[in-house]
Design a protein around this ligand. Structure first.
Ligand code: SF4
Length: 180
């Protein structure tokens, strides 16, 4: 799906619900690009600010627009990623502060564990039969601006807490790393 289509879909959804897309064009583009990449990777547009497991039954709550968007926009004026904002944030009347994570820790942990499991499970099967080489790793990324940390293959495009760009993330250490 093209980035224009991703934007069109988000715009329609914002309009239907009385929201706006983030007024900063560069920031908005980073989020749309993240959605596009996730849709290509998983076949569904999982949240660009969160770790998806790749299993739809575990990621359903973070398919954009996620289950947490409406309460977050109502309480904080924006969703967790700040893709969707309310009228006050859109017009600049209210300054947008970091939106705390509303997704339960249990769900985050399940997604992380499922991702690790998938990687572990394919190891013996594929290694025996095809000798396929796979090098999979999750790293611990650290936002130099606000201290937010996340386990991911790559640094987040946007920090969900302070909205710093990907370049502001530093890799701390490798968590999972193997070849088969
Ligand atoms: S936090 Fe925003 S961008 Fe992320 S899934 Fe929810 S609605 Fe979409």
């Amino acid at each position: 799906m093209s980035i224009e289509k991703v934007k069109e879909r988000a715009e329609m959804d914002a309009k239907r619900n009385g929201y706006y897309l983030n007024p900063d064009p560069e920031f908005l583009n980073s989020l749309l690009e993240g959605l596009k990449q996730n849709e290509e990777r998983y076949n569904y547009p999982s949240c660009p600010c969160r770790l998806a497991s790749g299993k739809i039954e575990l990621d359903r709550d973070i398919i954009c627009p996620c289950d947490y968007r409406d309460p977050d926009v109502m309480e904080f004026g924006a969703c967790y990623c700040a893709l969707y904002v309310d009228e006050k944030v859109n017009s600049g009347t209210v300054k947008l502060d970091p939106v705390p994570e509303r997704r339960p820790l249990e769900k985050q942990a399940k997604a992380f564990s499922a991702k690790s499991d998938q990687e572990q499970k394919i190891k013996p099967e594929i290694a025996e039969e095809t000798k396929l080489k796979i090098d999979t790793k999750l790293d611990l990324w650290y936002c130099k601006q606000c201290g937010y940390v996340a386990f991911r293959e790559e640094a987040p495009l946007i920090c969900p807490i302070c909205k710093a760009k990907k370049e502001m993330f530093a890799k701390i250490k490798t968590q999972i790393n193997y070849s088969i």
